[in-house]
Design a protein around this ligand. Structure first.
Ligand SMILES: C[S@@+](CC[C@H](N)C(=O)[O-])C[C@H]1O[C@@H](n2cnc3c(N)ncnc32)[C@H](O)[C@@H]1O
Length: 285
């Protein structure tokens, strides 16, 4: 099924308006492949008719499904490991307690990122810290969020994951579930799941010590990226951190954060200096 220029432009503007996705020239093939299946399965004559259906659906379900199909959910446990080394360092140096530790995994996909965060914090602070740790795991994709909530992963998802951690944090499937692992309830309890579209105002969110917003802003254009960073920054505690994907440098962009090391930024205290004790010593690179 061919995707006309007009149809592409219409899908492009819907994706930009509702999810901030920047479907540039050259993405026609991706759009056609990802949405062609929906057009055929839904019995639509062409992309135009499918777009009419999406626009007319006042429940927002068709739009959410379209955005779901257009986004990439690729993720893995301990992805970009330097960030998890960094998290362990600040946990040990700055988050020992006794207060709550609040972390936001702002585009958590199928959950590997927030579970990795929980595991690293427990490894560093010990199991007694579990009650202090609250991790908000959010994504625009309801399909990805459901997988994150289920917390069931195939054995091959654990490549490179420390072998000793597997029985500590996951239950091994048996019978029909052989080859699968499920997150233990005590780990899952540390996470709260919510559908949050980064394009929309953040309502009812607390402030956070650390925000992981990784490998999602790459899909946004520059003004959208800057707006998202500005609104996330407002939710970060002074002295807290924003971690972006390593290909999402904020260098050259408008923001009020201090660069700490690649893809790690810190919100300064009022007055422009940081109270963190290990200033300049946290990064291994
Ligand atoms: C490539 S995954 C990144 C997952 C994880 N952060 C990581 O680095 O491994 C990108 C995720 O961003 C989500 N996403 C895309 N646009 C979004 C938006 N406007 N608001 C919230 N999440 C969005 C997608 O659904 C997808 O799960």
């Amino acid at each position: 099924m061919t995707l006309s220029r007009r149809e592409f432009e219409r899908i492009r503007s819907l994706a930009r308006l509702h999810a901030g996705l920047d479907l540039r020239e050259g993405k026609e093939g991706l759009v056609s492949a990802r949405l062609g299946k929906k057009v055929r399965q839904g019995g639509f004559r062409n992309f135009q008719q499918y777009c009419d259906h999406v626009a007319a659906d006042t429940t927002g379900k068709a739009l959410a499904e379209m955005i779901d199909a257009l986004t990439t959910n690729h993720t893995m446990f301990l992805r970009e490991p330097a960030h998890f080394d960094f998290l362990r360092r600040i946990a040990s140096a700055e988050l020992r307690g006794p207060g709550p530790i609040r972390i936001w995994s702002a585009a958590c996909s199928t959950g590997e990122e927030p579970y990795s965060i929980a595991i690293c914090l427990l490894e560093e602070l010990g199991p007694q810290a579990a009650s202090r740790i609250r991790i908000l795991a959010s994504d625009i994709s309801t399909r990805a969020l459901q997988a994150a909530k289920d917390g069931i992963y195939a054995a091959e998802r654990f490549e490179g994951f420390p072998a000793a951690w597997l029985p500590r944090y996951f239950l091994r499937g048996e019978g029909n579930w052989k080859g699968w692992y499920r997150v233990k309830p005590e780990l899952r309890r540390m996470l709260e799941f919510r559908r949050i579209n980064l394009m929309e105002p953040f309502t009812g969110l607390p402030s956070f010590d650390v925000v992981f917003c990784r490998n999602v802003m790459i899909y946004f254009d520059r003004p959208t990226r800057e707006d998202v960073v500005r609104r996330i920054t407002a939710l970060i505690e002074p002295g807290g951190y924003l971690l972006t994907g390593h290909s999402e440098s904020l260098l050259g962009g408008q923001h009020s954060l201090q660069y700490i090391c690649p893809a790690v930024y810190r919100k300064p205290l009022e007055g422009g200096f940081c109270h963190r004790r290990l200033e300049g010593r946290l990064c291994v690179r």
